[in-house]
Design a protein. Structure first.
Length: 110
């Protein structure tokens, strides 16, 4: 679960992580939702996994940086979130993944 505090209000959402090449990412499979808008403004949040709470700083990726992360995310979580990705799956062409990238925010967390 991701929690973002903005204006004294805590916003939370379920999100699955996507580790790749030693970095960790949060992918928004439902597109630009309320937690994405809040995270863009706040720039940081909390990641809750079980009883563990980890604060993080989020950096949003450009559309050109997203395809490799989206592909890794779909390989790992496609069975659960694939229906949100406009018919694109982990085996899609680079052009197809690049075409959907603007609709799916991705944040590098550290």
């Amino acid at each position: 679960m991701v929690k973002v505090v903005r204006g004294g209000v805590v916003w939370s959402a379920l999100s699955d992580g996507a580790p790749l090449n030693g970095s960790r990412y949060l992918v928004a499979p439902r597109g630009i939702t309320q937690w994405v808008r809040k995270l863009r403004v706040a720039g940081n949040g909390e990641l809750h996994v079980g009883r563990r709470i980890e604060t993080f700083i989020a950096t949003e990726l450009s559309d050109d940086e997203k395809p490799a992360i989206l592909r890794a995310y779909l390989k790992r979580w496609g069975w659960e979130v694939g229906r949100f990705f406009e018919g694109v799956n982990a085996n899609a062409s680079e052009e197809q993944v690049q075409a959907i990238a603007p609709g799916f925010p991705v944040f590098r967390i550290s």
